[in-house]
Design a protein around this ligand. Sequence first.
Ligand code: SAJ
Length: 438
Amino acid sequence: MTEPTFKKISVIGLGYIGLPTAAMFASRKIKVVGVDVNQHAVDTINCGEVHIVEPDLDLVVRAVVNEGYLKATTEPEPAEAFLIAVPTPFKGENHEPDLKYIEAAARAIAPVLKAGDLVILESTSPVGATESMANWLAEARPDLTFPQTAGKASDIRVAHCPERVLPGKVMQELITNDRVIGGMTTKCSEAASRLYKNFVTGECVVASGPRVAEMAKLTENSFRDVNIAFANELSIICDKLGMDVWELISLANRHPRVNILQPGPGVGGHCIAVDPWFIVSSAPEQTKLIRAAREVNDAKPQWVIDKVHAAIGAHLSAHPDKTATEVTLAIYGLAFKPDIDDLRESPALEIARALVGAHSGPVLVAEPNIDALPLDLAPARLVNHETIRADIHVMLVDHKSFKSSSTPTGLLVDARGGWDISQAKAKAKGKASTATDK
Ligand code: SAJ
């Protein structure tokens, strides 16, 4: 017997993952109802517009809303498949995962579930979250059967299929990335694979269950975090030994089995700096390396701040006639990574705030992807990087436009390796590689 195709699906949570996913299904001419508690997001989408920035998303959303395949609402309605893409933040100070949004989403869809429906958790989640979700659904609907008790014969199919797309490339990676399918039973995995095959050209890889699928997603982001921590530690070692860390890494990466990522001012965004803690909280005694990597990356912004203060001190020593109020500081980049406009959870923003708060002289900020500075940077001025004249230049994000411009004149604190400081280094023998006179 051929399994039915999905005629209507519902996506709960219309954020950075949910909206692109909803739009992608709708672009395959499947009716999609997007559900969000944010009335503004719902109204914006129903006008064919977007409330988040992601290349090409606006075009797809406009088309699918106009054609009637995507609509948004605040109240769940019946569908054949439900995809939950809500945030999983921390609870309190101890980096414990908070499943309250998943629970709220499960309880919101429970009343409209019917036998044969599929519920997929896409949110990055700690191990066991999918089973908790299935239990909340079962609690709310004792008239239906669920895989945790009925196995393959369950009325409702449940799976964890974690999103793995890179912000900035979401519309492309949604299609081409392989998709991990962690069904609670083989029937659940079959149904989820069938759903994603509507647009995924990568492989739908069936895991042995939802727990390993949850752990796979956390492992991917922790792997990246540990690798970046290694690069960040190398940058601090190189600074002590008077070497260029970017040269070092590019030499080491010539080895066929070495692939070190790049150091920076710290790790930002909503995933890499968060997800490793979900593993730590599941196995606190067994996660020494994962925890250490988090600590190394979290300490990097302060290290950069200290470097800038040392550069200000060096400049004042070289110009005894000046006071700090006469030293102009220029900051290049505020976003959490290159070539995006997203300032949330950005180490560059954290560093800029600290410098603006501590420095008594003028602070100029170049961030080509925004139109106005955040209010708490108020004393600073947003400027075009090409017109900057300053005593100390601080590179925090290597946006393409910064790298294509010439290296500025003055003291350089380059947390990204975006400037060519090799000549300057030769001139400034004995000085730290990250604070170089040019
Ligand atoms: N970073 C470095 N050095 C590097 C690479 C990144 O310092 O060599 C920094 C970035 O500047 C940024 C942070 O790490 O501050 C995170 O950026 P990212 O590009 O590594 O990752 P995200 O957070 O944008 O997206 C990640 C991706 N995960 C992996 O590549 C394993 C993406 O595929 C996931 O879907 C996403 O997390 C998520 O939603 O979990």
